[in-house]
Design a protein around this ligand. Structure first.
Ligand SMILES: Cc1ncc(COP(=O)(O)O)c(C=O)c1O
Length: 396
């Protein structure tokens, strides 16, 4: 089907200044990967968002992989890692692949993200880490409480900030609450480093060497004697950074990092455009109580990555609303996300209780509207008008 307002393939448009220097870089003989622009991007990312150590990766999934490999080594295979069942699959795959036990947590009914209460329900003596996903762009409202709790219990805290970049809660940037954080610069995110890219951040400076090694095939420079030939024994050493885990190859290109640097300069403006559009949308949706929103959509702690709404399924057929938008108005709304324990991969590979009523209800009642930084007001207008018309046709 050809949509007039399709699910957007991009999170934002580029403007010519985002590409400043790119042609010169590509036409020069400068290194193409993992060199000075990557280092500059990492340093700038750290200082902009008050993070301690940052390493750029090929994706957020790989940043999660690096953490998972480290946890597998540190905690062993019986370690349980608490992960919300309501997130994108990559959050959980990394930990499962590393051989750790994935334990699903439910989400809070109002915020739609993992909470202190849902974490406490699944903590056991084998829990070693908690992964908080700031889903849809909302910093988990309980993040401060969760961070305090994890510290008091000796649990590692990972923040999956793939959908949430550049926003603050209680004067602290997202990603700075936990011991580890990961960011995504995939094409559909609030900023993209040419389609793919990620960032790993972590508090302990003692881990810089380990993560650098894990990120690039265990490579290290040899410590050579001054009179030793430069070519012997070989170009670089290959070291074992962790006993139980093999390294990855996940370095960012210089072109990606250069564009990332330019985009960091206008991230606030891009996030503000999203916020202004959400405000407009909320105003246009006033007087339509059958649609519910995350209550914090307009708060500073929301990066407005996605525009999800929920209906009361006792009154409204969610599927009929989506069908109406699709067939009558050519607007492509979707559902995000199928609770992870329903997927074959996780059903077969994880063995954990699946009593997750809020994730289920949320899935059954949600509609994710097409939303991106380049959205026009005409499109927003059309979406709201047809949502209202679709609602009338979908009352039970
Ligand atoms: C919550 C969440 N975590 C992780 C990822 C993985 O990000 P990437 O595509 O950069 O690997 C995504 C991507 O959509 C995501 O939404």
């Amino acid at each position: 089907m050809k949509f007039e307002i399709p699910w957007p393939a991009r999170g934002h448009n580029f403007i010519p200044s985002d590409l400043d220097g790119l042609q010169d870089l590509l036409l020069s003989e400068a290194p193409m990967t993992n060199s000075s622009f990557v280092e500059q991007f990492e340093r700038t990312f750290c200082s902009k968002f008050d993070l301690k150590n940052c390493l750029a990766t090929m994706s957020c999934a790989h940043a999660l992989d690096l953490i998972a490999l480290y946890f597998r080594d540190l905690y062993g295979e019986n370690a349980e890692i608490i992960i919300p069942a309501h997130t994108y699959c990559a959050t959980a795959i990394a930990f499962g692949r590393a051989g750790l036990k994935v334990v699903w947590a439910d989400i809070d009914e109002t915020s739609k993200v993992i909470s202190m209460e849902t974490i406490k329900k699944v903590i056991t003596k084998n829990t070693r880490a908690v992964v908080v996903v700031h889903l849809y762009g909302l910093i988990a409202p309980d993040i401060c409480k969760i961070a305090e709790y994890c510290t008091s219990k000796g649990l590692a805290l990972v923040e999956d900030c793939a959908q949430c970049i550049g926003v603050v809660r209680e004067n602290q940037y997202v990603g700075a609450f936990g011991d580890f954080a990961t960011f995504s610069f995939h094409a559909q995110k609030n900023m993209t480093t040419l389609g793919e890219g990620g960032m790993l951040s972590f508090k302990d400076p003692g881990l810089v060497g380990v993560f650098r090694g894990l990120r690039l095939n265990g490579h290290r420079g040899y410590e050579r004697d001054i009179d030793q030939p430069y070519w012997l024994p070989a170009m670089t050493d290959v070291c074992e950074d962790l006993k139980a885990s093999w390294p990855l190859k996940s370095t960012m290109t210089e072109a990606q990092a250069l564009v990332g640097l330019r985009l960091l300069d206008r991230l606030e403006a891009m996030n503000k455009k999203r916020k202004d559009d959400v405000m407009l949308f909320m105003n246009m949706m006033k007087g339509c109580p059958d649609f519910k929103f995350q209550p914090s959509l307009l708060a500073e702690s929301h990066a407005n990555h996605l525009l999800p709404i929920w209906v009361d399924t006792k009154r409204v057929s969610r599927d009929r609303v989506i069908e109406y938008l699709s067939s009558k108005a050519k607007i492509q709304a979707i559902i995000q996300y199928h609770p992870l324990h329903h997927y074959e991969l996780f059903k077969n590979k994880t063995n954990c209780a699946t009593d997750l009523p809020v994730s289920e209800i949320s899935y059954d009642s949600m509609i994710s509207l097409p939303f991106w930084e380049g959205q026009t007001h005409d499109d927003l207008n059309k979406i709201t008008q047809h949502l209202k018309l679709g609602l009338k046709e979908s009352m039970l």
